[in-house]
Design a protein around this ligand. Structure first.
Ligand code: HSE
Length: 406
């Protein structure tokens, strides 16, 4: 029997208990031994829940118990999770976590501690919920140099954009829908301002390139400025607006990363990833393109990834699964040097304005939507972020800007 402890009995923690209840027998066979939850740590009480038999309020009971071989951290947030996880590793316990804030900030250090002690620090559930992406990057795609990772990594924003597209809702109404359904984080800013996706692409980039990508270095823009009018233009273009989290290695081996809404057409592999689903597109220099798709959030999908990591940790007790993620900082390319096409809407419509815009931006593609008589919309050619900023500053009638991936 392998004893484990679960830190946090919230959505994911209770999901972990449920998954082990549903599939405990087959999970035990795959792990080579029965997985037994000996303790669950939470500050709250859960009267009437059988978990009360295992509930403890003091983390030291878990940390000091030599029978606990694997600690599952599903509390979220950096502290006290970081202190608990680090102490568990220092005390000889492997750790499994779903906590993207913790992994993005301290992943390199915690992996190093685990390696030095022949333990494991596993975090499949921290990105893409139930979608396997961490293990494929570490184990299946190791013959490749990763050239690009682009993901729809936040289910809430994908749901909001899908609702705006399919039902013509405005942003606020679609956000309210997402909150009513329990998709949005407690603080919706983490989702809608792109911070959640930013931490996730920081983790994937650190793994893909083997060095520390600081999430603070990643240019991040959320979806709060996307309006129902933008969606009308997207439809007129035969396109959709998606929140992309992307990191790209160019031909000179420079790497840039960003989180921002993108206009994409049906030729893009992520076009059909709608609602709360996540999709991750990876391009390797020998394998070509691969796609990962599925439930990127939610209780049972995320718990499934957590428990799969527990099985892996159980199969590798006393043996480290090597993950290359050095603490050396990866210097990302200044985003101002990166080129895109930009979709732009400005107030006003006249031959004179069109001429001014052409003088300023060169060859532009005008986009017309029936009923939009008081504004001009266009797509620029491929120009750097800096060039765009310089030109944009002279527009005093700007309505919206969205980057274009076609
Ligand atoms: N709020 C996140 C999302 C949960 O919507 O994707 C999973 O990290």
């Amino acid at each position: 029997m392998i004893n484990i402890a679960v830190l946090g009995y919230g959505t994911i923690g209770s999901g972990v208990v449920e998954v082990l209840n549903i599939n405990g027998e087959s999970i035990g066979k795959k792990a080579g031994d029965t997985i037994n939850i000996k303790y669950v740590l939470d500050l709250k009480e859960f009267p009437g829940d059988p978990i009360m038999e295992k509930l403890v309020h003091d983390v030291n009971i878990i940390l000091e118990d030599p029978e606990i071989k694997i600690v599952v951290e599903v509390m979220g947030g950096v502290e006290p999770a970081y202190t608990f996880v680090k102490t568990a590793l220092l005390k000889g316990k492997s750790v499994v976590t779903s906590n993207k804030e913790l992994v993005a900030k301290h992943g390199a250090e915690l992996l190093k501690i685990a390696k030095e002690r022949n333990l494991n620090f596993l975090f499949e559930a921290s990105v893409g919920g139930g979608i396997p992406i961490i293990r494929p990057l570490n184990q299946s795609l190791t013959a490749d140099e990763i050239m690009e990772i682009t993901g729809i990594l936040n289910g809430t924003t994908n749901f909001i954009l899908s609702k705006m597209t399919d039902e013509g809702l405005d942003f606020e109404t679609a956000l309210k829908n997402a909150q009513d359904l329990g998709y949005a984080e407690r603080n919706p800013s983490a989702d809608v301002d792109g911070y959640d996706a930013c931490r996730k692409i920081a983790i994937l980039s650190s793994l893909a390139f083997g060095m520390q990508v600081d999430y603070e270095d990643i240019y991040t823009e959320g979806i709060t400025k996307i309006t129902d009018t933008d969606i009308k233009y997207a439809k007129a273009l035969g396109a959709k607006i998606k929140l992309f989290a992307t990191s790209v290695r160019d031909e000179k081996d420079n790497i840039h990363a960003m989180v921002a809404p993108m206009l994409i057409k049906s030729s893009h592999p992520l076009y059909s990833v709608d609602n709360v689903l996540n999709g991750i597109f990876v391009r390797g220099n020998v394998i070509g393109d691969v796609m990962f798709y599925g439930s990127g959030a939610g209780k049972l999908p995320t718990a499934s990834a957590v428990v799969a990591d527990v099985v892996d940790a159980a199969k590798h007790l006393g043996k480290n699964i090597w993950t290359i993620w050095s603490s050396k900082k990866l210097e990302l390319t200044d985003i101002n040097q990166v080129s895109h096409r930009f979709f732009v809407r400005v107030n006003g419509k006249s031959a004179e304005l069109t001429k001014e815009l052409m003088d300023q931006f060169g060859d532009i593609e005008l986009v017309n939507v029936d009923g939009m008589e008081d504004e001009t919309a266009f797509i620029t050619g491929s120009i750097t972020e800096q060039e765009f900023k310089d030109k944009k500053d002279s527009l005093d009638n700007l309505q919206s800007v969205i980057r274009v991936r076609f």
